[in-house]
Design a protein. Structure first.
Length: 450
């Protein structure tokens, strides 16, 4: 029998009342357990066999999730399983997807959850856990994402909320402006959104309303959706107008990564590499060891990678929610990276510029004798397999150095530069000179005569 085409997963919101209804489905003689709403599953699968007794439940747990125990079927374990029809890429004939959830705390108290799953089936339930059904929802999206996911998200919300509207704005960094925020304000007013209804607009409209992040790019899933930083660009200076405003929920549908073009996908990887370099040497090594699976967008590898990056950022923002100290370490690669991004007229993607900034920061770390030469070259070269640049054509070195002076991370006229003192550990340094930055940017500069 030819392997059946791999199924898209169906999420599961745990409910003890449903334990007895968890079913074993068959399609073409190939087994699959679907953790999801039975009525939805019946639309896809013709045969249902109830799993009612303890022995069967334990058997299926041991068969499909060897590391799980019998108690994994209990709600408290919060274990979600996807077992898909065997595919040609699955060596064991089964693919297991474990839904993950992290809780981010603020001032020692739980603030919001980060949900990592497949599909939008669980979105309404997750939103209802932080909101009331009588509240209105405004989906804010851009012209790249809207054609792919706006209707799916609207349909998910419409099943649970009284009113759902969609606001669409032009895609691109050049459109992340106060002018588009004003247009959104007008939309919210015209549709009678108030403080009790569910970015920067949410932080400032009526002095702050609730919002949910649904990141659809790798960069957003591991970086910008976590930590409550909201902002817009001003006169092409990146994120110069903004506020700290925590989301009520971050919901990640990892399937959205499969629709990203290669350049956007790899752009997000720069932030992931940054996490390993500043906080976790073993994670950095794991990324290198799993480069082929990452490049192939293997779902289980992506889940492990995104979860670890989220854990790192979660830890940092919990310790320093408003960037008074440790959170500044997340700016590794960003001082020179932001300047290169502006100098390019935003023709280069953010992650591409961060990669260049990381290489420059590693170079300065080497020249300050904080890391060895071999470490610098390894760091530089490890961006290459992930299709990120380590040099750029004809950089205007003097202009880029000048642009770093407008960086929002300046303190007392000095740049708070982030350097490495070893792989997996970073430090804040305010002694970096213009000459050191010039030398680092020259190292990146690829000229025709080169």
């Amino acid at each position: 029998m030819q392997p059946a085409q791999r199924l898209r997963s169906i999420g599961f919101i745990h409910d003890n009342r449903m334990l007895a209804e968890r079913a074993f489905y068959c399609l073409g003689g190939q087994p699959a357990i679907l953790a999801g709403c039975p009525c939805f599953a019946r639309k896809l699968f013709p045969k249902e066999v109830s799993v009612k007794n303890k022995r069967d439940r334990l058997f299926f747990t041991q068969l499909f999730v060897p590391q799980a125990s019998q108690s994994s079927w209990d709600r408290r374990a919060e274990l979600d399983v996807r077992l898909a029809i065997p595919s040609a890429q699955s060596a064991c004939g089964m693919e297991v997807f474990m839904k993950q959830k992290l809780t981010v705390s603020c001032e020692g108290k739980p603030c919001y959850d980060i949900v990592m799953t497949i599909g939008f089936e669980e979105l309404a339930g997750a939103a209802l856990s932080v909101s009331a059904p009588e509240r209105k929802i405004c989906i804010v999206t851009d012209t790249n994402v809207a054609p792919l996911y706006a209707e799916q998200v609207k349909e998910a919300f419409s099943s649970a909320f009284a009113q759902v509207e969609v606001f669409e704005f032009p895609a691109g960094e050049e459109n992340k402006t106060l002018a588009n925020i004003q247009t959104l304000y007008a939309f919210l007013i015209e549709h009678h959104f108030d403080r009790k209804d569910t970015g920067f607009a949410a932080a400032t409209y009526l002095r702050g309303i609730d919002f949910i992040q649904i990141p659809t790019t790798l960069l957003a899933q591991v970086d910008s959706s976590i930590g409550g930083k909201t902002g817009v660009d001003f006169d092409s200076y990146k994120n110069m107008v903004g506020a700290f405003h925590m989301p009520r929920l971050v919901y990640m549908n990892l399937d959205t990564l499969q629709t990203l073009d290669a350049r956007q996908y790899y752009s997000g990887f720069a932030e992931i590499m940054k996490h390993g370099l500043i906080k976790d040497a073993k994670y950095y090594e794991w990324l290198i060891s799993n480069m082929y699976e990452i490049c192939e967008r293997d779902p289980e590898t992506l889940l492990s990678m995104i979860k670890r990056s989220c854990e790192i950022k979660k830890e940092v923002v919990e310790n320093d929610p408003t960037e008074q100290g440790e959170r500044a370490l997340l700016n590794f690669g960003h001082t020179i990276g932001h300047a290169i991004e502006k100098n390019s007229g935003f023709q280069m993607l953010h992650g591409e510029c961060v990669a260049l900034g990381c290489v420059a920061a590693a170079y300065i770390s080497w020249k300050k004798e904080l890391i060895e030469m071999e470490e610098y070259y390894e760091i530089r070269d490890m961006f290459v397999p992930f299709n990120l640049p380590i040099s750029a054509d004809d950089l205007d070195v003097a202009k880029i150095v000048a642009l770093t002076k407008s960086d929002k991370k300046m303190r007392g006229g000095k740049i708070r530069f982030v350097l490495l003192d070893r792989i997996g550990h970073a430090r804040i340094d305010d002694t970096v000179t213009d000459e050191e930055m010039t030398a680092a940017i020259e190292e990146l500069n690829f000229k025709d005569e080169d």
